[in-house]
Design a protein around this ligand. Structure first.
Ligand code: GUN
Ligand code: ZN
Length: 435
């Protein structure tokens, strides 16, 4: 497969690579073998091969690494933008009822629509929470395989004060048994495009026993771990009350054995220096979810402190606290969050669009431990790609504002990108099917 397009990627936080007229060659295994300027790579031999993509005539083709959504909730998509002041009442009123309904084969159409929407937004890798139900979690894996998307999925785990279980011990046993079964069946499935993530919701609805056994399942099966950490002050107070012997929220997860390089913590807004140390020294990862943090009035994440501590960070749309799956909007929100913090404290550095693009691609890949596989257009990587029409991002179809340089293009994408510009997505060199 050969793609002729402008090529744009951000392999490090401060490197933006751009080839205006580029060629990208993908071999039959779905690996990028060559990427670079057409002037150097375009030979007679190449021209005779099939062009992969039949672009609309007036399109200005741009090829990027597929975007990586490090934290979002599949069953919550129907209830985005439900206004509520704060996390805990929002969960009770809108989220638990939606997740309660997410069971049975009837969920197929919602799951299919969700993956279609992810792909339409240019996301080729997603780390997802399902609900507590084993059947709909398995169905999500099956449909992810049908769509050819790269996905990390976990059944939501809770045993206390959540959907109203009458018997916490019973809920715990069931949750652990189903999680182990799903992890054994799905971790590494579809030739490694699918992974399992053990997913205790958060320390407000999980007992220490559940969290410890969840960590043990992850250790036994080699799968990932995800949970929520320090999103909201009332949540933090609830955790303090539930675990008075622990020195902090992060220390609860340390005690449970949930910290580590295979663990991704959503939010991580209100952390002490000691907690940052705990995360960093354990190799733990963070999913920064700025749209969600603003929607639920949770706070302004000190992104720079997390990164300075050496914690790998990527971006999450965190639907339904985040109102959309559009990672360009999440990048914009990440930038604006740091801009507001900088207005209050001039020592906070600017987050620029190139770095935001890094967070949504290589940053996410690194946080996932997949930076050797995806996240950039380097030869040797698997071809997870987003092909878009830059003219659909620029004002007035690009007729009056030809793109000037790489930074201007990255900025236009961050402020104006979305499904309207997506032409196609590819995972490991195969075009994703989308209705
Ligand atoms: N904390 C615990 N569960 C959730 C959830 O579903 N969404 C968000 N944003 N935070 C949570
Ligand atoms: Zn979340």
């Amino acid at each position: 497969m050969i793609i002729r397009a402008s090529l744009l990627d951000a392999p490090t936080p401060d490197t933006l690579r751009f080839v205006e007229d580029g060629i990208l060659i993908v071999d039959h295994t779905g690996t990028i073998t060559t990427s670079g300027p057409a002037s150097e790579l375009l030979t007679e031999a190449l021209l005779t091969e099939d062009e992969v993509f039949d672009a609309p005539k007036d399109a200005r083709l741009l090829c990027l690494p597929g975007l990586i959504d490090l934290h979002t909730h599949l069953p919550q998509y129907p209830v985005v933008a439900r206004c509520e002041e704060a996390l805990l009442p929002w969960l009770k009123r809108h989220i638990f009822p939606a997740e309660l309904d997410f069971q049975g084969p009837g969920q197929r159409s919602l799951i299919e629509a969700f993956f279609d929407e992810l792909l339409a937004n240019g996301t080729t890798t997603a780390v997802l929470y399902a609900a507590v139900w084993e059947d709909s979690t398995a169905l999500a894996f099956e449909i992810a395989a049908e769509k050819g998307i790269r996905a990390v999925i976990g059944k939501m785990m809770m045993d206390e004060g959540s959907y109203g279980e009458a018997h916490p011990a019973e809920a715990r046993r069931k949750s652990l048994d189903e999680t182990r079964r799903l992890a054994e069946q799905w971790h590494g499935a579809n030739n490694g495009l699918l992974d399992y993530t053990v997913s205790p919701r958060f320390a407000v609805t999980c007992s220490m026993e559940l969290m410890k056994e969840a960590a043990a399942i992850a250790a036994d099966t080699g799968c990932l771990i995800q949970t929520h950490l320090s999103e909201n002050t009332a949540e933090i107070a609830a955790v303090r009350e539930r675990f008075p012997d622990r020195s902090s929220y992060t220390d609860v997860y340390r005690e449970a054995g949930l910290l580590g390089p295979r663990s991704i913590f959503g939010h991580a807004i209100h952390l002490s220096d000691r907690e940052l140390d705990l995360l960093a020294s354990s190799g733990s990862r963070v999913a920064h979810c700025p749209t969600a943090n603003l929607f639920l009035n949770s706070g302004l994440c000190p992104l720079h402190s997390l990164r300075q501590a050496g914690i790998p960070v990527g971006l999450g749309s965190d639907v339904a606290a985040g109102p959309e799956l559009n990672l360009w909007q999440v990048m914009r929100s990440a930038i604006e969050t740091q801009a507001v913090r900088r207005m209050q404290d001039g020592s906070i550095p600017v987050l620029n669009p190139a770095d935001a693009l890094y967070l949504a691609t290589m940053g996410g890949a690194t946080a996932l431990g997949k930076d050797h596989l995806i996240g950039s257009l380097d030869p040797g990587k698997e071809a997870d790609l987003l092909l878009l029409d830059l003219n659909r991002v620029l004002p007035l179809g690009g007729r009056f504002s030809p793109p000037s340089d790489a930074n201007a293009i990255a900025t236009a994408l961050v402020y104006r990108g979305g499904p309207h510009a997506t032409l196609a997505t590819f995972t490991r060199g195969r075009r994703n099917s989308r209705r």
